[in-house]
Design a protein around this ligand. Structure first.
Ligand code: MN
Length: 231
């Protein structure tokens, strides 16, 4: 047995629908833009190939939590996303085999310190501080793909204090799940426990302390959290 200088941190994990087991999270990959209308709202070409960024695994937060309003920002944004959870690893996975690597799906929110991201884009600096801060990846319970199938359509939505802000359909994904998994695996060796946040539709916006965020993907699940006081 390996001896460590101190006890390692517990494995980050997310809930599983209908089970007491939890899904251990290894890495989190996020797609930069994957819905045409959202790409256009940031002035980008909607035919660009997908690109990825990461969040640390321990940024996951369960649905039902209070998420502290992060430091360093005055413009915290929500981005509702379908999350694909990898159950079988692979490198350079062909598109037609990609879905067999997906263990299940969930609904996540890619929280973003938009003002820091805007500054990072302007100055060509890394996105990490705008995307990978503490508690930046709320993720609802995962549901096994052998129960839901692999979603190709279905409403994806997010509301703040009951007012719908994002409302789209998975058919609007520029790159469907199989493409995303395959293309991601060209850049990294995917492993069981990896989560892929597959991009957000149009309608992103700011949230402030006290706001209640709810969202969902039809046939997959829902997520909710409250924005807490400034960390
Ligand atoms: Mn996103």
């Amino acid at each position: 047995m390996t001896a460590y200088a101190f006890d390692p941190s517990p494995a980050p994990s997310v809930a599983i629908t209908g089970s007491d087991d939890r899904f251990p999270v290894r890495r989190i990959f996020c797609v930069g833009r994957n819905y045409a209308a959202h790409a256009r709202e940031f002035g980008n070409d909607d035919r660009d190939p997908p690109f990825f960024f990461g969040k640390p695994a321990d940024t996951v937060v369960d649905s039902g939590s209070t998420v502290p309003y992060p430091s360093l920002t005055k413009n915290l944004h929500f981005e509702i996303e379908l999350v694909a959870a990898i159950g079988t690893g692979g490198f350079r996975i062909p598109r037609d085999a990609a879905l067999s690597h997906v263990w299940g799906y969930g609904v996540g929110v890619d929280l973003t310190r938009r003002d820091l991201q805007d500054e990072a884009k302007k100055t060509a600096r890394p996105w990490d501080w705008s995307k990978g801060f503490d508690d930046s990846a709320p993720c609802g319970p995962l549901v096994r793909a052998d129960k839901t199938g692999h979603p190709e359509s279905g409403r994806i939505w997010l509301a703040v204090n009951g007012t719908v802000k994002q409302d789209a359909d998975l058919t609007e994904l520029i790159w469907p799940i199989a493409d995303i998994v395959s293309i991601c695996s060209e850049g990294v060796r995917l492993q069981p426990g990896d989560l892929i946040f597959t991009g957000t539709p149009a309608g992103v916006g700011a949230i402030v302390p006290g706001d209640k965020v709810t969202g969902g993907v039809d046939g997959i699940g829902e997520i909710e959290f409250v924005v807490g006081p400034v960390a």
